[in-house]
Design a protein around this ligand. Structure first.
Ligand SMILES: [Zn+2]
Length: 332
């Protein structure tokens, strides 16, 4: 049961893990609070970069990491034994994604393991510059945040993960954060918000202050994590549609609603977002490898959008599975 609950709380990992580690020096991390199952690898090889990209889907959110800590140092206090699964390289990711028609992925920096060091993702991008884009992380306390964003744009980093730290709801107030939002408006690098429903009002205000900055809300702002979809929270998320550069990832089904396939109970929430934002501002994502636990699979995740929902046109389905993510992250 403990294991089960831990997995189901995987969605907490990003913010809670980051927050706990940054603000409280806690040893709680992805690897300890969450116990994703070993991914079910198979022998299918990922498609090469020369594959017909127009025939394939984009996963707008997955993590990767390596147990090669001689080359890629882990954050202070994190040991290789903490990595769960121990290894989830880009090859292991693509072995799961490619059979489902996914051949491009947006790689999301994983603070609990690698801190602010984005080099493992950047090296994956260097090996496969057509296949990957990166949502990196930088310390908003640094004074050169804008400059750092610009130089990382040349390394495939087209977005930055941001979110609240433990005990504080003012994660958007630092000077560095202002600089990041201002820079994003110029470079088109998205501010990718890993937030909870209670953070939506602050993000709404920030979008008003920086109306040209592209913003992506991760995982429905975690609405439905407690089971039921709170309609007031959903209304707050839909309200963000008034800012034309805000988009939403419809992702991480394993951690929302019934937290189990076929995830049909999430369809009404997806439909509400579709009506508020339109398919051109929504994108599917897996949150691999965290959905590879219990009875959840990568296939079940993409199948909800690819094979099940019936209220979109074929073009809109392509937007949810490819075009929105392409425009948002693959613009360079
Ligand atoms: Zn994630």
């Amino acid at each position: 049961m403990k294991r089960d609950l831990s997995r189901r709380n995987a969605l907490l990992a990003g913010a809670a893990g980051v927050a706990g580690l940054v603000m409280q020096g806690s040893r709680q991390s992805h690897g300890q609070t969450i116990e994703p199952a070993e991914p079910r690898l198979n022998s299918v090889e990922a498609k090469p970069d020369t594959a017909n990209l127009q025939q394939s889907w984009i996963d707008a959110h997955s993590h990767i990491w390596t147990s090669d800590t001689s080359q890629y140092k882990l954050r202070d206090g994190v040991k290789v034994e903490d990595l769960a699964p121990r290894s989830f390289t880009d090859e292991e990711l693509m072995a799961i994604a490619a059979p489902e028609g996914v051949d491009r992925v947006v790689l999301i920096q994983h603070y609990p393991y690698h801190g602010w060091d984005n080099s493992y993702l950047i090296d994956a991008w260097k090996r496969h510059p057509k296949r990957f884009r990166i949502v990196g992380m930088i310390d908003d306390q640094r004074t050169d945040a804008g400059q750092a964003m610009r130089s990382m744009l040349k390394q495939g980093v087209t977005g930055f993960r941001i979110g609240p730290k433990a005990g504080g709801d003012d994660f958007l107030s630092s000077t560095g954060m202002q600089q990041m939002w201002k820079t994003g408006a110029e470079t088109r690098q998205s501010m990718c918000c890993l937030i909870n429903p209670e953070d939506l009002a602050a993000v709404d205000q920030m979008c008003g202050r920086y109306p040209d900055t592209p913003v992506v809300i991760d995982h429905f702002a975690r609405i439905g994590m407690k089971g039921d979809v709170n309609q007031k929270d959903l209304g707050a998320l839909c309200k963000l549609a008034q800012h034309k550069h805000v988009r939403v990832k419809i992702s991480a089904y394993y951690a929302l609603g019934k937290k189990s396939p076929p995830h049909h109970e999430l369809v009404p929430m997806i439909r509400s977002l579709y009506e508020a934002f339109g398919a051109d501002r929504l994108m599917w994502a897996s949150d691999c490898p965290y959905q590879l636990g219990d009875n959840n699979t990568y296939k079940d995740s993409i199948a909800l959008i690819r094979d099940h929902i019936d209220f979109v046109t074929p073009t809109e389905r392509q937007a949810l599975l490819r075009t929105t993510a392409e425009k948002t992250f693959f613009f360079v």
